[in-house]
Design a protein around this ligand. Structure first.
Ligand code: URA
Length: 429
């Protein structure tokens, strides 16, 4: 591989230049091997953050990160594969009902997931509330389960796009996370290396999302769809509103409970709507356009796949989920309509209760979180419960309540016009 002087590359990007394919290949390879220092890569990510990247550069960056590790291959499977990725939100447990739902139609779902950091939850943290369930599988276990059950949700090994692991940790501490070229290449390098043939992206905008503005989320969606398609993965995205928490639970064990309700044919309307919409896109890309995932949820068909998926990873689908030792319920201070319930403060409050972690090595408290008794648009009477905080340590309630100051608003019926728009705003790809 041709080699370069990293300072020349940093200067070029700082001054608004374009990096060539060999330059990007060298940069990512040298950084992965420890030949480029973290301080130099920090300067480079800041230059990218400030000056952006062109289409070819983003494609090259993604390819170089894929090449830094292994690439899985499911082409030997008799069934098609489809996966989904969400850019992260509050109360976003959609993967839990979605993976077994899609698998129940004979489309394999190889879902390599992460843990939560900050106010957005992680799928693995949620599933680990199920007694016995384990997130780490060997490659052989992963393949066996994909063939026998059709759905696997497990931890991504360190072998997939390792350059992204290092780069993401660096971006996290240098204020360079919210850059479209960097987010798009980070997510897509892992998803392309994962080997799925079809991919549906849930790209969120709003107060509880990485990107607040819908226009920026759309640009991210378009960038990722292009990257997927260029790499031969059938890719599509839904643009979805993350201003309000999804469903009626934010946490870990409570989110599993709600997911099981959805698989049993119940659950909150927004969770059902998004699960069905994403399932429909995945099934369409996998060659099953006539499948009816809504009917499958209503009649509980996907529950068998859920139970098999949990049991295959050591979990007991019938075991009681951890329950909190302390709760605190907040009630409505007046009659009216719940007009607003902002995702970010609710996410931060759940995190402060112990549902999330501040550092990668922290443990989460599976029973901690928030149950929402009312959703925007609901009529409430003075004294009605609005939400319940759950924690193991009651000393956590004050800091959570502080985060929730001004986070919800009860108004008069006539103010309903301020109600949020549709949950699913658009489709890209
Ligand atoms: N998720 C990722 O994997 N990478 C990012 O950059 C942002 C969200």
């Amino acid at each position: 591989m041709e080699s370069f002087d990293v300072v020349d590359l940093i200067r070029a990007k700082r001054d608004g230049g374009t990096l060539s394919t060999p330059q990007i290949d060298w940069l990512i390879d040298a950084y992965t091997r420890g030949l480029v220092a973290d301080e130099q890569m920090s300067a480079m990510t800041m230059a990218i953050f400030l000056n952006g990247m062109g289409r070819e550069e983003i494609r090259d960056l993604t390819a170089a990160m894929i090449a830094s590790g292994e690439r899985l291959d499911f082409s030997h499977l008799a069934t098609p594969t489809a996966d989904k990725h969400s850019t992260g939100g509050v109360g976003d447990k959609i993967t839990l009902p979605l993976a077994p739902l899609v698998a129940s139609f004979g489309v394999a779902v190889p879902q390599l997931s992460g843990r939560g950091l900050g106010h957005t939850g992680g799928t693995l943290d949620k599933l680990e509330s199920i007694p016995g369930w384990r997130a780490s599988l060997t490659n052989a276990e992963f393949h066996r389960q994909l063939e026998s059950v059709g759905a696997v949700i497990c931890a991504a090994g360190s072998g997939l796009a390792p350059a992204d692991g290092r780069l993401y940790a660096l971006r996290d501490i240098t204020g360079t996370v919210e850059s479209i070229p960097l987010i798009a290449s980070s997510i897509m390098s892992k998803k392309i290396a994962e080997g799925t043939a079809a991919l549906v992206l849930d790209v969120k905008f709003g107060s509880g999302a990485f990107l607040r503005e819908e226009a920026r989320a759309r640009e991210l969606a378009e960038t990722m769809v292009r990257l997927g398609q260029d790499a031969g993965v059938a890719t599509r995205a839904l643009l979805t509103d993350m201003n309000t928490p999804l469903g009626r639970t934010i946490g870990n064990a409570n989110e599993v409970r709600e997911s099981v309700e959805v698989l049993a044919g119940g659950g909150p309307a927004d969770i059902v709507e998004l699960t069905v919409a994403l399932a429909r896109e995945m099934l369409d890309l996998a060659g099953r356009p006539d499948a009816d995932p809504g009917a499958a949820l209503r009649d509980g068909r996907a529950m068998d796949t859920w139970r098999a998926m949990i049991a295959a990873q050591g979990g007991d689908p019938d075991a009681a989920l951890p329950a909190p030792s302390e709760t605190h319920t907040v009630t409505a201070e007046r009659d009216g309509v719940l007009l607003e319930q902002r995702a970010l403060p609710f996410g931060i409050a759940a995190w402060r209760l112990g549902a999330g972690r501040a550092r990668k090595e922290d443990a989460v408290v599976h029973s901690a979180g928030i149950d929402l008794h009312a959703k925007p648009g609901d009529t409430v009477r003075r004294g009605d419960p609005l939400f319940t905080l759950a924690a193991e340590d009651p000393a956590r309630f004050d800091r959570a309540l502080e985060a929730l100051e001004g986070a919800y608003r009860i108004g008069d019926d006539g103010d309903r016009s301020a109600a949020p728009g549709p949950l699913i705003r658009d489709r890209v790809g």
